[in-house]
Ligand binder design. Structure first.
Ligand SMILES: CC(C)(COP(=O)(O)OP(=O)(O)OC[C@H]1O[C@@H](n2cnc3c(N)ncnc32)[C@H](O)[C@@H]1OP(=O)(O)O)[C@@H](O)C(=O)NCCC(=O)NCCS
Length: 177
């Protein structure tokens, strides 16, 4: 584990994950209410070994190689992963993805976590700007972008797991000068 990536916030620990986190990842991620907001390349129904495959062959293999993944843990229970944030470059066009287990929505955790990762991206990883995207209509995710001061660049047709979503919003946040 690369401990130099670990970040702490008032209520959260963000740290690289290990294979020991796979059961909690499955518990919180494999939920249509979480996955339906993600890009269509994410499979649904979600395969039984999907999280294990993603963690072993994507997250752990690429960690630090222009891709960084943090598991989210409550300070009061650092044993159980409840969500994740990933950064990557170059963007396509976005540089970031995130998700949180439904049981933990609505407490400001992702706002807290993204603020810490944004600081790290600008100050430690030397990003000059971050590009974000979300389904048009994913109000929770859009609110997180609005609150950090990101600027809506454009909207375009895009496919998500939930076919009711047909468009995405693309946002930009510049490194403060
Ligand atoms: C998006 C997600 C990470 C948000 O996590 P969270 O910890 O609940 O987010 P926060 O509480 O930090 O912020 C959500 C904001 O949206 C607001 N919000 C919640 N429901 C809303 C709604 N229906 N309409 C508008 N705003 C809403 C909240 O009030 C909050 O804003 P506030 O802090 O000003 O009150 C979580 O809902 C999730 O994992 N969703 C499924 C996966 C996903 O959408 N990932 C992102 C793909 S782009």
């Amino acid at each position: 584990m690369t401990d130099d990536l670990s970040l702490t916030t008032k209520r959260l620990l963000l740290r690289p994950i290990t294979t020991a986190d796979i059961p909690a990842y499955e518990k919180h991620f494999v939920d249509y209410e979480v996955i339906r907001h993600l890009a269509r390349h994410v499979p649904w129904p979600y395969p039984d070994d999907g999280v294990k495959d993603w963690v072993e062959n994507h997250i752990l293999k690429l960690q630090g190689n222009d891709r960084w993944f943090w598991g989210l843990f409550l300070n009061q229970d650092i044993g159980e992963l409840i969500g994740g944030i990933e950064l990557w470059r170059p963007g396509n066009p976005e540089n970031r993805g995130f998700w949180l287990g439904r049981a933990h929505w609505g407490h400001g955790y992702m706002t807290e976590a993204t603020n810490a990762v944004t600081d790290f991206a600008f100050n430690q990883l030397n990003f000059e700007k971050l590009t974000f995207s979300n389904a048009t209509g994913n109000a929770r995710s859009a609110k997180i972008k609005q609150k950090c001061g990101a600027r809506l660049l454009y909207k375009e047709p895009f496919a998500f797991v939930d076919p009711a979503y047909t468009e995405r919003e693309v946002w930009e946040l510049l490194k403060p000068v």
